[in-house]
Design a protein around this ligand. Sequence first.
Ligand code: PEP
Ligand code: MN
Length: 362
Amino acid sequence: MGTKIEISNFNSWLPDNNKPIIISGPCSAESREQMLETGIELSKNKAVSVIRAGIWKPRTRPDIFEGVGEIGLEWLKEVKEETGLKTCTEVATTEHIEAALKWGVDILWIGARTTVNPFSVQILADSLKGVDIPVMIKNPLNPDLKLWIGAFERMNNAGITKLAGIHRGFHAYDNKPYRNLPMWEIPIELKRILPDLPVICDPSHISGNRELLQGVSQKALDLSFDGLMIESHINPDVALTDASQQITPANLAKMLDEIVIRNEFGTKDFELKLSSLRNDIDDMDHELFNILSRRMEKTKLIGDYKKENNITVLQLERLRSMIKERIKYGENLGIDAEFINKLLMLVHKESIRVQTNIMQGK
Ligand code: PEP
Ligand code: MN
């Protein structure tokens, strides 16, 4: 994918903070007191640099609390003045953007339900032309990396370079034990394609409950995410939205204390040892490929032989017994059965493709 996006350094819009960036605050702004109390508590924690609050809430069904509206931006501004925390909120319409800019919100974010819709993202990008404001873009609800990247491109085309991604998990019918499946390979691929893009994780919307929060946060930081966005509320149990996943600022501080922050780079000795171990891995991968190539040659011979004798490519009984035998063999070597199964199915699929081509004289 030819993706070229101009991305400003994270430090150009969050200058005083080291990685990981911690953004916290309520799912929804509910009252002036709730916002001030939450903000003051959060600001006691030096790790927290930005307060979040939803002002307009995208709800699954109508006639329930849909956010306090513009008055919430006034509270957010007051929190900023009181605590020095930077502020951020979700915008989904041009009216939201106008109001957020009017009240001096520092950072905007695009929600998952908006990122799915290129029309909406384009309208937001158009209304941000000529505005110098950081925009964080949550992944779309569905696991579509191109759609996510497309949203960054639309913002970039409108002149926005202060960009960050927020990984908040993906909607799935079978999502247990999560609220939204993390599917870590997608944000990792995003980072591979756009190495300069800061990507933070939103463990709250991945988890959907307090119990999973710490593990998901630790995992994100172990995977070198640049920060976390975690929902917090002064009294989570009575929160008007997402009550089960919000935590108090005090519990947030406890959780952050327990999280291990690992370094991306080590000492010289460490790097030397690591590079020697990696050399071993490189050699082994080459060995693996040599064997795979020899295996494929045999597969072709068998394909020719089947063709000569007019025998079908797919031999289910052979597949079954092979998987059974290999799982046993591999497990004795300490290899996970599920992994062996997946690997064999992949190799078998390729064999079937090659032998089908032989049958068709390709
Ligand atoms: C939120 O951050 O409160 C929110 C609505 O998130 P998402 O867009 O990830 O569902
Ligand atoms: Mn929420």
